[in-house]
Design a protein. Structure first.
Ligand code: GLC
Length: 633
């Protein structure tokens, strides 16, 4: 071979091997360990790219250009923020993918992570299965059920292209006057700890050899979860939302903290900080608890996310001194900031503070390391774009049946027949004529409550698909039974019709967060009047649809049977299953049912504990088959 040809050949070989080496990018190599991939990527990132990763913006401002220009790391849907009314799973997938393509077109192609509040099923999405809110799920005391609910929810969320949910809320609600009490499983932290089994349902079972505190997300049918709101959100004075939790350290650690240990042990990927304060110190600025305790003592290695405008609310009024808020929040240990709109101000302020060294570069690197760890664990680098393969999971029959089972296990029977009388429940299916009444009998929006389709929830039956309690009753009774529906009949109507019995469904209308704070906890009008007019003229079952215990003592002597149904969600059939004896009541209160609001706060274990119904109370019934079976069977 001529020398010249040989030299050319060598150059080609060298250049091709040089090309091969320069083409190789470790962080893109799935055969590398996550930590090695993070190290490689972090070393390549500019300050702007790092701070972009710490920025979460709302979908309304998340154009592909914004994603690219600011290297945005995350996008969310706020409550009710959807691509279109009644958007299909495909429309969701297309929206998420469009935003993702903006991120993938950046210099390093780091995928963004999209988050949403799927807090009782995929509740923003039309036709999704709406599970009972946590206030009812805590009654089940059934971790296996909760895990299944997590599995079902993860599939429906992934069906819309989303890999991250701001759930579960593991608040320990200590005062039902709190507008978010229905997001809490119980006033008893042990029940809340039990319910953290929803996390492996959402994320997958963490491998037994996983290092402590490492986030885990196991595959395309699983999502990253978020334990919230750290810490003490359910302990504020008078239940005032976002207010101050006054409790000593022992109380904080024994009541409000235990479920975080369970969540971390189960590999929870993220933790959201609470708006509330602990003994006057804003949690969003609490370095001792966020960094000192959660990250260092508990060894949490996922990322910490702020709440919506959470750093703005460090000051009062909010956004009073945003530079201070940015410094306080990021220095406390917040890794990702749910801005969600003024992202340019956030990025500018944080960049300036790193450049003038009032925020250490090591803090930024720690935050980005944690964010990248979750993204690698969630498989976003290998599969950043979603497909439509899970679309048929949204609202599927299997999930609705699971939700129906959850409804059955969440109901609590508080009274069944007046003294010395035959129990009213199970109700006879075959009757001459029955009355169904009440503001909540035929209202899917009311039975789903807040955080359903819209942030504050809705009224009516066309918000999504589901089964109202009225339609469930109609489909359960014998065909010969005449069902009369009258939302709010007067006494004369009831007494003149001589009904075999009446089912009265009343309660609270939907609310979320501060809008739900209440000092009187009364049943929404005309509920009390409906109870009075009916239960004085016919044997009545009152079913209460509420996010918490409500004032019921003034009416209880007139009521024959009383059911706490909480916020059952889309599958109202679960209520009829119990009323008519297809299944027996098993639920036991996970919250104290007070006599009067003057007693509040009042929790199990208190010295002065004089409830109408205590935690653990719940009457049971047999199924109709059992009831009909001969005594010795
Ligand atoms: C809300 C809630 C939080 C939710 C977040 C995003 O204000 O406090 O629970 O995850 O904003 O919607």
């Amino acid at each position: 071979m001529p020398l010249a040809a040989f030299l050319v050949l060598c150059c080609c070989c060298c250049s091709s091997s040089a090309v091969l080496e320069s083409d190789y990018v470790k962080y893109k190599d799935p055969s590398q360990t996550v930590e090695d991939r993070i190290d490689d990527l972090l070393a390549r990132m500019t300050l702007a790219e790092k701070i972009g990763q710490m920025t979460q913006i709302e979908r309304k401002v998340a154009t592909p250009d914004v994603m690219r220009e600011f290297s945005i790391g995350s996008v969310l849907s706020g409550g009710g923020s959807v691509p279109a009314t009644r958007a299909s799973p495909q429309a969701w997938v297309d929206m998420v993918n469009d935003i993702q393509k903006g991120s993938l077109s950046t210099r390093l192609g780091i995928p963004m992570i999209y988050g949403i509040d799927a807090v009782h099923g995929h509740n923003n999405v039309y036709n999704a299965t709406i599970f009972p809110h946590n206030v009812g799920l805590g009654v089940t005391r059934d971790p296996v059920l909760l895990k299944k609910i997590g599995e079902a929810t993860a599939l429906e969320v992934r069906a819309t292209g989303i890999p991250y949910v701001f759930a579960p809320c593991i608040a320990v609600c200590r005062d039902p006057r709190w507008g978010r009490c229905y997001e809490s499983y119980s006033e008893d932290h042990r029940i809340v700890q039990m319910m953290t089994e929803i996390i492996p349902g959402l994320q997958g079972d963490i491998p037994s050899n996983s290092p402590k505190g490492v986030p885990f997300v196991g595959g395309k049918g699983k999502v990253a979860a978020c334990a919230k709101h750290f810490v003490g959100d359910g302990g504020t004075t008078k239940g005032i939302n976002e207010n101050n939790t006054v409790i000593d350290e022992r109380g904080l650690l024994t009541v409000h903290m235990p479920a975080y240990l369970d969540a971390i042990q189960k590999g929870v990927a993220t933790v959201m900080v609470s708006y509330s304060s602990w003994n006057g110190e804003k949690m969003h600025a609490n370095r001792g608890l966020v960094t000192g305790f959660l990250k260092k003592k508990l060894g949490f290695k996922g990322f910490v996310i702020s709440d919506w405008e959470g750093i703005d609310r460090i000051t009062s009024p909010p956004h009073l001194n945003y530079q201070y808020s940015v410094h306080a929040g990021v220095s406390a240990g917040i890794d990702m900031v749910m801005v969600p709109f003024n992202y340019q101000e956030f990025i500018t302020d944080l960049t300036a503070q790193v450049q003038n060294k009032t925020v250490r570069m090591s803090r930024i690197n720690d935050a980005v390391r944690r964010i990248l760890r979750v993204k690698f664990e969630a498989g976003l680098f290998e599969s950043p774009l979603a497909d439509n393969s899970l679309a048929d999971k949204v609202g599927c029959r299997e999930h609705r049946e699971l939700a129906r089972e959850a409804v059955r296990k969440s109901l609590v029977l508080l009274k069944n027949g007046k003294s010395m009388e035959k129990p009213l429940i199970p109700l006879p299916r075959r009757a001459r004529k029955i009355l169904v009444a009440g503001s909540h009998a035929d209202n899917l929006g009311y039975q789903c409550g807040g955080w359903t389709i819209e942030w504050q929830g809705l009224t009516g039956n066309d918000l999504t698909s589901g089964t109202t309690i009225l339609s469930a009753i109609k489909s359960t009774v014998h065909p010969s039974t005449q069902v009369v529906y009258n939302e709010n009949p007067d006494h004369g109507f009831v007494s003149s019709n001589n009904f075999d019995y009446a089912i009265v469904v009343v309660g609270e209308t939907p609310y979320a967060e501060t809008a739900g704070d209440s000092l009187n906890l009364t049943i929404t009008e005309p509920g009390p009047a409906t109870i009075e007019s009916i239960c004085g003229a016919a044997r009545c079952v009152v079913v209460v649809i509420s996010g918490r215990p409500v004032v019921i003592e003034p009416y209880i002597s007139k009521i024959d049977a009383l059911v706490a149904a909480w916020l059952p969600g889309s599958e109202g059939q679960g209520v009829a299953d119990l009323l008519f004896g297809d299944y027996g009541f098993t639920g036991r209160l996970a919250r104290t049912w007070f006599r009067t609001v003057d007693q509040l706060p009042m929790n199990v274990g208190d010295i002065h504990y004089d409830p109408l119904f205590p935690v653990g109370f719940g009457l049971t019934t047999r199924t109709v088959n059992e009831a009909d079976a001969p005594a010795d069977s």
